[in-house]
Ligand binder design. Sequence first.
Ligand SMILES: Nc1nc2c(c(=O)[nH]1)N=C([C@H](O)[C@@H](O)CO)CN2
Length: 116
Amino acid sequence: MDKVFISALQVPTVIGVYDWEKQIQQTLVFDIELRTDIRQAAATDDLHYTIDYAAVCQAVTELCAEPHQLLETVAEKTASMILQNFPTQAVRVRIGKPGAVPQAASVGVMIERGDW
Ligand SMILES: Nc1nc2c(c(=O)[nH]1)N=C([C@H](O)[C@@H](O)CO)CN2
């Protein structure tokens, strides 16, 4: 099984359940894995036959232009958007919210969607 991955994509956004969080931007950190088969892209050396990770990063950043309360909502929307718009049958999305809990380096959610 092949994967295209994105590690530690930092996206500033309005995120949180508390009123004070709705007035500021905080940075979310995304780790994303997309299941794919890279062999045709490798054989042809052609981007068209694989998943453009830069395009995925751009799409995730655009999704975060809208405010959200829960990391769960952002994770589900991210996974759904990727499955609908990129040639992959399965995706893993991990979102960290560093600093949300002062005693922890980061907190967050991880989901898997599609057919792994
Ligand atoms: N499972 C979750 N727990 C919490 C979330 C969340 O998005 N998912 N959010 C908050 C607050 O926004 C918090 O980050 C403020 O520090 C609390 N718990």
